[in-house]
Design a protein around this ligand. Structure first.
Ligand code: SF4
Ligand code: SF4
Ligand code: SF4
Length: 256
């Protein structure tokens, strides 16, 4: 079997998704034998972005250098994967959207003149074409490792788009809304985490991002009233959407 050449790139992010990838790869020594990792931010010293079979990109795009870098990576990769909610939706960096940029920068850095960021936070697919998306904050490293195994074997992935409630049902988890009266964003959130929060009797806060295929603007508005009746303030609801689904929200509003 031919080795798969891979580069792994970090943009603006917390590295949580890359750590998940590392844990999964370390646990799969047999997979590592079939990967030729030419570039891995934070893991090996190399500045060269080479032609690869697969490029995995973590993080959102907040400056023009990152925009250029992502374009270069796209040109040099056969398959490009956006890893994590930052890369897929913009992520927690998007909480600054709509705020005065200078105020935000001043609140974070002592010398704001050294900070050059775009006025907006961009997901990877708002700049280049993305072949596969693994959302989640952090993303599920095991799911990515399983996907890499398929690519090594010459296969591909058929994404399943469903909401988190489906995972709850398959696992037989009692619904925290129905049984405990707690607000839960599961009905509007993409599946993939294995219903982690409900399995600990907590409501989902939407870190895998909005399932925009089934939730349009009207449904979102109706849903916000449901969670409000269950005790979640509109402010908290909107902050969660902004933090984990930003690019999806802006796409659906700009397409109307
Ligand atoms: S998606 Fe979450 S865990 Fe992953 S890099 Fe972004 S903030 Fe970190
Ligand atoms: S706990 Fe949340 S995700 Fe699970 S079934 Fe209920 S609403 Fe859906
Ligand atoms: S249940 Fe929701 S908030 Fe919790 S890990 Fe899964 S998607 Fe994220």
């Amino acid at each position: 079997m031919r080795k798969l050449s891979v580069s792994v790139l970090k943009l603006t992010s917390c590295s949580g998704c890359l750590n998940e990838v590392l844990y999964s790869l370390v646990a799969r020594a047999e997979l590592l034998r079939y990967l030729n990792i030419s570039y891995f931010t934070e893991l090996q010293d190399s500045n060269a972005i080479e032609d690869v079979d697969v490029a995995i990109v973590e993080g959102s795009i907040v400056n023009s250098e990152q925009e250029e870098l992502v374009k270069q990576v796209r040109e040099k990769s056969r398959v490009l994967i956006a890893l994590g909610t930052c890369a897929v939706f913009g992520g927690v960096q998007s909480l600054r959207a709509g705020e005065d940029l200078r105020t935000v920068v001043l609140a974070s850095y002592p010398n704001p003149d050294h900070i050059k960021v775009l006025p907006e936070v961009k997901s990877v697919d708002s700049v280049v074409n993305v072949d596969y998306r693994f959302s989640g904050c952090p993303a599920n490293g095991e799911a990515l490792a399983r996907f890499l195994v398929k690519l090594v074997m010459g296969g591909s992935e058929s994404p399943i788009v469903e909401s988190l409630c489906s995972e709850c049902k398959r696992k037989g988890i009692l619904c925290v809304t129905v049984f405990d009266g707690k607000p839960c964003l599961g009905p509007i959130t993409l599946s993939g985490c294995g219903a982690l929060c409900p399995s600990f009797r907590r409501g989902c806060y939407g870190c895998y991002g909005l399932n925009a295929l089934i939730v349009d603007r009207e449904k979102l508005e109706e849903f916000s009233k449901v969670v409000e009746r269950l005790g979640m303030s509109r402010e908290d609801f909107m902050a969660m959407l902004k933090a984990f689904s930003y690019s999806s929200l802006t796409k659906s509003s700009s397409s109307r």
